[in-house]
Design a protein around this ligand. Sequence first.
Ligand code: FES
Length: 160
Amino acid sequence: MAFSLTGEQEREFEKILARYPNKMAACIPVLHLCQGANGNWVSDEVITFVADRLGLSTAHVAGVTTFYTLFNRHKPGEHQVWVCRTLSCALRGSDKVLAHCKKRLKIEEGETTKDGKITLRTAECLASCGSAPMMQVDKSYHEDLTIERVDEILNRLLES
Ligand code: FES
């Protein structure tokens, strides 16, 4: 089924275009808009839509979505948990945080729980090194993590 934007989303699309010197420069924010409008993932139909509207090839748009990890090429769970694994977080125990998430959720990195609630991912530095180890849950940061804090966070997500 072809992807399209609502009237309000079309107005947002036009506002994004107005902020950039050319259409190609607007590709990332337009993809964010369309991903949000498509249930938080970028389908082939979304890629075709963005390519058509921005005058780009579908290969270019697909390349952007696979380069940047915040674009989902498959429908994710209701919540996304990103465990940072870069140096500061690694030195302060991100491996234990990730291992605990996998055990609690009974999934591997990149997978979604059977009930569709949580997708578990890893991320490179999320620029919160001073409060390592940390993870991002949807759009919120959770910092200075302990295993107890991780359990509280996961419990809240699983019960939501
Ligand atoms: S290394 Fe984890 S936020 Fe920078």
